[in-house]
Design a protein around this ligand. Structure first.
Ligand code: NAI
Length: 333
């Protein structure tokens, strides 16, 4: 049984090879994205295509996969906006994904961003290596006692709330579905406006929808506490980049940590160190001393990659061999 992986990085090879041992599938790794430009090159004996967030599984691509008798498309991620599910159903190709993997990985990264921005450990690291032990410019604040506003208390937001409670923070939250366990633990649900006006830190953990696009914009920022810190590990378009740049320039927003960015598909997951980046917004953001940008790495832990590989290979095994699917939430088509 042959699986062709697209957008494969070294770590994909490592983790999938490691977790493939019980199955013994033939794994073929392609570094290129999957799209119309390459789909015809797929070997005729390929049973499964395993794809990632920036691969393009359009109707055209899926028709070619069907002509090559591909049986399963396995997304090794949660999102599936890049897969034409109707086309897959039409061609009788099954589609699966990894709906959840280690929410703590993302929650912990959000906290790493918050602590780095606040306590400036990235600056101290470089400074001390140059034998500069001055503390000027490294002043931070205690998280203990501060109010943290959490937007979205699903799997990741809930893990984030629990860690923040452990820090001794006051945790307020906004979500259409209140989590009873969090309320018992001391989290207070508030309308969005009240959350914005009381929070020292606002952290985004909701999905991007048509309703909440640019949730953080000049009008909502104006309702936040002056000096607010904003952390976004969810999706780039939750935050209006130009509006936040204006608020950073005026000093209204004190710190910004982003693991996601509106135009990230042109930048993230690539080594562009020898290139000229034409995107002026990301360049402006990276020029601020109080902004931390990471390249969609919040999920990137040993634990999460192991879970992604295990769940993906298990789903492929069940679908290709006609076994009962142990977790129906992995199935998209
Ligand atoms: P989840 O589905 O478990 O929870 C999402 C929560 O957000 C739900 O409780 C939902 O009711 C709530 N929600 C929906 N719309 C909302 C709104 N407008 N305002 C407030 N709450 C709202 O999802 P999970 O697993 O916690 O993931 C959250 C997001 O994290 C994902 O949608 C994704 O965008 C992002 N993510 C980022 C990763 C990274 O590496 N940076 C990796 C994985 C996910």
């Amino acid at each position: 049984m042959k699986i062709a992986f697209f957008s494969a990085k070294t770590y994909d090879k490592d983790f999938f090879n490691r977790h493939n041992q019980p199955y013994g599938f033939e794994l073929q790794f392609w570094e290129t994205h999957l799209g119309p430009h390459i789909v015809n090159a797929i070997d005729e004996d390929t049973d499964v295509v395993c794809a990632f967030v920036n691969d393009r599984l359009t109707a055209e691509v899926i028709a070619v996969l069907a002509s090559k008798k591909v049986k399963v498309i396995a997304m090794r991620c949660a999102g599936f906006n890049n897969v034409d599910l109707e086309a897959a159903k039409t061609h009788n190709i099954r589609v699966c994904r990894v709906p959840a993997y280690s929410p703590e990985a993302v929650a912990e990264h959000a906290i790493a961003m918050l602590l780095t921005l606040n306590r400036k450990t990235h600056k101290a690291y470089n400074r001390v290596r140059e034998q500069n032990f001055s503390l000027n410019g490294l002043l931070g604040f205690n998280l203990h006692g501060k109010t943290i506003g959490v937007i979205g208390t699903g799997k990741i937001g809930k893990a984030f709330c629990k860690i923040m409670l452990g820090f001794g923070c006051v945790v307020v939250a906004h979500d259409p579905f209140e989590d009873k366990e969090l309320i018992i633990m001391g989290v207070r649900y508030l309308p969005l406006k009240a959350l914005f006006s009381t929070s020292d830190v606002v952290s985004l953990h909701c999905p991007l929808t048509t309703e909440n696009k640019y949730l953080i914009n000049k009008d909502t920022v104006a309702t936040m506490k002056p000096g607010v810190t904003i952390i976004n590990t969810s999706r780039g378009q939750l935050l209006h980049t130009d509006d936040v740049i204006t608020a950073l320039k005026s000093g209204y927003v004190t710190y910004l940590g982003i693991d996601v960015y509106e135009q990230e598909e042109k930048l993230f997951f690539k080594d562009l160190s020898g290139s000229i980046i034409e995107d002026d917004k990301i360049q402006r953001l990276m020029s601020f001393p109080n902004v931390l940008v990471t390249g969609h790495q919040a999920f990137f832990t040993e634990d999460a990659l192991s879970q992604i590989a295990t769940i993906t290979l298990n789903s492929i095994n069940e679908l290709v061999n006609g076994l009962e699917v142990s977790d129906p939430s992995v199935i998209l088509a």
